[in-house]
Structure formats: structure tokens, C-alpha cells
Design a protein around this ligand. Structure first.
Ligand SMILES: [Zn+2]
Length: 510
């Protein structure tokens, strides 16, 4: 139509679906292969292949390259066959997905976070291209990490225009890997270099090689800054007390005075999986921070009151009117009550991502219980510390980061101010119908015969139970197989309920 050309099929499809006007979407010749389903009242088949065949019988288009294989060799053969056909397919693909065919086995295998254990992608080799490294920019993250980013002469790799690539840290630029090994055969990266870019699937593009023959004369080794570009504080590479190794990441020591850390923390705080405040995104964080409107999370929630006192007048600002200001205040007020795991995630504690925040919320149930336990665990020896480490999925690094966060006076002060404005909800118990083990802490020990340890864990969690690796007073139930040793003994000493694997299956009715 003489308009702008789409960069690639993915953008064309996604952009067409995101149109506000459905007529524009309808006018675009989009097609799809049916291969999965949402909720169904009645399953037409008990295998993946059977499901897809049912889709075909119902009139959906399915991909006839889908194949049922009996061995790994067969899978790999199909993979290579499709790889050969790839260029002539008439649509873009980046690999093949293998799935366990039997749906009951899919259920048994379950999920880790959002990724299924019963499906795996086998990607085709990444596409590569050469381009110029125009500059190396340093970004400061919310934990103060100085991250170098390659600014590239824009180049098309696998149908996508690439102009940035991650450089990880200063060692990476020097050609040194995380364990001191040489990467790119030890070749460093210099501004002006001709570099080889690689992009695989959705992965952030990487620089995999540099063409030394094309290095301009006088190109200097990159000098990594030792002060923060945002606040001028010293940026240091901490030494790990245990391993004695220097951290690969250089961090700004500015803390609260660093505007880059403060704005990145605020951006994290309002992000989609944290407070998710509508109309309060990166742009608003930058603008409000620059004007001193909002410098801490708590100040987001006092914005309206200050606005009313005419201390700040949002509606007089450029781009804001009375309606947009009112909408923003309404969106903020909607978040004065928030899920506990979102609240914990929003704090931006190192190593505490969404998954860990959910584990913590489920383990402690309420903000009061969680925060008091974190302060108590600060001794790193007592019962609170042991309980924290006992949470399945929470490792030592996470536990340390949590207690360090709660040992900082200024963090506690910011939290107190925030809790004046916001109330974290009690963690909801997983909806498990009338599961007899919902909310209970279960320990599996000994060798299990009807399921693997991972399956047992996935199953218990599906029924709303919490699985722990060690036995304590807080354990509700022990499922002991043959050969159970010290855990069983401890359970018996504590007088806890011990059942067999068969009892477990009849208990949960599986
Ligand atoms: Zn700084």
C-alpha cells in the first residue's frame, strides 16, 4: 500500500492483532496453525497428536509437518528435515518444539514457573551478520550495576534490525569469560571495530566475534569507567568474601544519592509484575523524578494529597489535564491494596524475582510475618534463618540478599513510609478445591516407587501443599518410601504423621 514495510513476519502479525480497529486486523490476511488449546469442557483425545487431529477434523488448519516420533534419533531426523525445508516454507520459523505426546504424562510432568517440563524448543543455529561498533554506552541499573551496551550501526539479522547488543561487563569487553577463560579467542572490543552479531530466537543479540583486520588504526582499548556516569560516585567490583573472587559486575556505590538507581528502582516498582500502575510507566518515572515530584515509592501514593495542597499541580504540567491527572490518581489508589507477592517483588531486592516473591508470600502468608522473620533472620544462625533456608526453592544467596536488605536502616525507613500508604494483602491459599493437603507442609523421603521426586513435588503443589526438604516442627506430613533414614527418624521423634507413598495417592485421590 506504499506504507512502511514491516520489519519481519512476527512484527506484522503482532502489530495487526494489536490494532484498536478490528477492521484493520480483518483486512490483513493473517492465518494460523492450530496446535494448542485453553480450557476445554471435554477433551476429544488423550494425546497431543490426537488433539491436533481433532482440530483438523473441526476445520482448523494444522501444520502437516507435525509428526509423532518414537525415539530421540527420530526427533533429530525430523529437526534436520525441517531445517532443510526452512528456506522454502513460506513462513518464518526459528526451530522445532518437541512435546510429550500423552496428556496424562504432560500433567504428571507439570511446569516450572511458566515453562512446561513436557515441551522443549530445539532452535536452529543463530543467524549472524557483520556491522560496526559505533559506541559503548554504560547503563546504570537499579542495583547500581554498570552494564555496557554496544551501540551498533543498524543491521538486519534474521529479519530484525539490530542496533544494540549486550556486552555484560568489563571482562566481556576485554575478551575474558566468567571463569577467566578466553572468549572470542581473547580478542577485546574497541569502538570502531567491525563485529559479528548473532541473534537466536528472542534472545538479546550478542557480539560473537571481531574482525581484527578491519580494526581502524589508533583504536584504543575500551576504558571502563570507575565512577558512576549518573552520579559520579565510585563504582567498584566487590570481592566475594567466600570465594575471594572479584565480582564481574562493577557497581555504583552512590546508593540513595544515585538518580539512575533511584529511577530504575521506581520503574521496577511500577512495572507490570509489581505494582502495575496504569499510566505510570518509565516516561512518567523519569519526568516526575526529574522534577522532584516522586523520588521514592511512597511518594507515588502521596502525589494526590500534595497535588490537592497545591504543592505540586499535575494538571498544569505539559501533557497533563484535569482528566488525565484524575485518572492517574485513580489508578494509583487502586493499588493501595496489593497482593503480597507483588509487594515483595516490587521492593527490588537482589535475587528476589517474581518466582521467589511468590515462594516467600506463600511461605509466610502475611507481610507482618514475612518482615518480622526477615529481621530476625539477620543473625544468620537462629531459627528464623533456618526456616528461611528451609523454604524449597530459596537458596543461600537469596536468603542473604533478603537479610541484608532488611538490615539496612534506610530500607526500613522507606518501607515504613510505604506501608503508611499501601496494605499488602494476606497471601491467598492456592485454589485447590477441597484438597486435604492444601496449605500443609509435606516432606518426601526415602525412595519413591510410583513417581520421581520432581513429580511428587509438582503433584503436592498442585494440591496446594508446600514441599520442604527438611523435617521440623512445622512439617505436617511425611511421605516415606523404602530406605528412609534420618528424616524419618526425626519425624518419629517429633511425633509427626508419617504415611506411605500409596497412602499419599489415596489421600489426595489421585
Ligand atoms: Zn550512581
Amino acid at each position: 500500500n506504499g506504507g512502511k514495510t514491516f520489519a519481519n513476519p512476527r512484527n506484522a502479525a503482532a502489530g495487526s492483532l494489536r490494532q484498536l480497529n478490528p477492521e484493520i486486523t480483518a483486512s490483513r490476511p493473517l492465518r494460523f496453525f492450530a496446535y494448542a488449546w485453553g480450557d476445554m469442557s471435554e477433551m476429544p483425545a488423550d494425546t497431543q497428536m490426537g488433539m491436533v487431529e481433532a482440530f483438523r477434523d473441526w476445520g482448523f488448519v494444522i501444520n502437516d509437518r507435525m509428526k509423532r516420533c518414537e525415539s530421540v534419533e527420530e526427533l533429530v531426523k525430523v529437526y534436520h528435515g525441517i531445517e532443510e525445508e526452512r528456506a522454502t516454507l513460506g513462513y518464518d520459523i526459528d526451530g522445532v518444539v518437541y512435546k510429550v505426546d500423552r496428556l496424562d504424562l504432560q500433567t504428571r510432568l507439570g511446569f516450572i514457573s511458566r515453562s512446561p517440563r513436557w515441551a522443549i524448543a530445539h532452535k536452529f543455529p543463530a543467524e549472524q551478520a557483520f556491522t560496526l561498533l559505533n559506541d559503548i554506552e554504560i547503563q546504570v541499573g537499579r542495583t547500581g550495576a554498570l552494564t555496557p551496551v554496544a551501540k551498533l550501526e543498524p543491521v538486519t539479522v534474521g529479519g530484525v534490525v539490530v542496533s544494540n547488543a549486550t556486552l555484560h561487563n568489563e571482562d566481556y569487553i576485554k575478551g575474558i569469560g566468567p571463569n577467566g577463560e578466553a572468549i572470542r579467542e581473547g580478542k577485546d572490543l574497541r569502538v570502531g571495530d567491525t563485529v559479528k552479531i548473532q541473534r537466536a530466537g528472542d534472545v538479546i543479540p550478542q557480539i560473537v566475534d571481531v574482525d581484527l583486520a578491519k580494526r581502524p588504526e589508533g583504536a584504543e582499548p575500551f576504558e571502563f569507567p570507575t565512577v558512576c556516569p549518573a552520579c559520579g560516585s565510585h563504582a567498584v567490583r566487590e570481592e566475594n568474601a567466600k570465594t575471594g573472587r572479584r565480582d564481574a559486575i562493577r557497581r555504583c556505590t552512590g546508593g540513595l544519592i544515585c538518580p539512575a538507581q533511584a529511577t530504575e528502582k521506581l520503574k521496577h516498582f511500577v512495572s507490570r509484575n509489581a505494582f502495575d500502575i496504569e499510566g505510570f510507566g518509565d516516561k512518567q518515572v523519569d519526568a516526575f523524578y526529574a522534577d522532584g515530584f516522586v523520588t521514592t515509592p511512597a511518594e507515588i501514593f502521596t502525589l494526590e494529597a500534595r497535588d490537592r495542597q497545591a504543592l505540586t499541580k499535575l494538571r498544569n504540567r505539559e501533557g497533563w489535564g484535569a482528566v488525565s491527572a484524575r485518572n492517574l490518581f485513580a489508578a494509583i489508589n487502586e493499588r493501595r491494596s496489593i497482593d503480597l507477592h507483588r509487594f515483595i517483588f516490587a521492593l527490588g531486592i537482589r535475587h528476589v524475582g517474581e518466582g521467589n516473591a511468590k515462594l516467600l508470600a506463600r511461605a509466610y502468608g502475611s507481610w507482618e510475618a514475612f518482615s518480622q522473620a526477615m529481621v530476625k533472620a539477620g543473625d544468620q544462625t537462629g531459627e528464623a534463618w533456618r526456616d528461611l533456608n528451609d523454604i524449597d526453592g530459596i537458596g543461600g544467596i537469596v536468603a542473604e540478599a533478603l537479610t541484608e536488605f532488611f538490615a539496612e536502616e534506610h530500607n526500613l525507613a522507606q518501607l515504613a513510609a510505604l506501608l503508611e500508604e499501601v496494605t499488602p494483602k494476606e497471601a491467598e491459599v492456592v485454589d485447590t478445591g477441597n484438597s486435604p493437603v492444601a496449605g500443609k507442609t509435606v516432606v518426601f523421603t526415602g525412595s519413591l516407587e510410583r513417581m520421581t521426586r520432581d513429580e511428587a513435588k509438582a503433584m503436592a503443589e498442585r494440591f496446594g501443599a508446600k514441599v520442604s526438604g527438611s523435617v521440623s516442627k512445622k512439617t505436617d506430613l511425611i511421605v516415606a518410601g523404602p530406605g528412609a533414614g534420618s528424616k524419618l527418624k526425626k519425624a518419629e521423634e517429633l511425633g509427626l504423621e508419617v504415611i506411605s507413598e500409596d497412602d499419599w495417592f489415596s489421600l489426595v485421590g489421585a
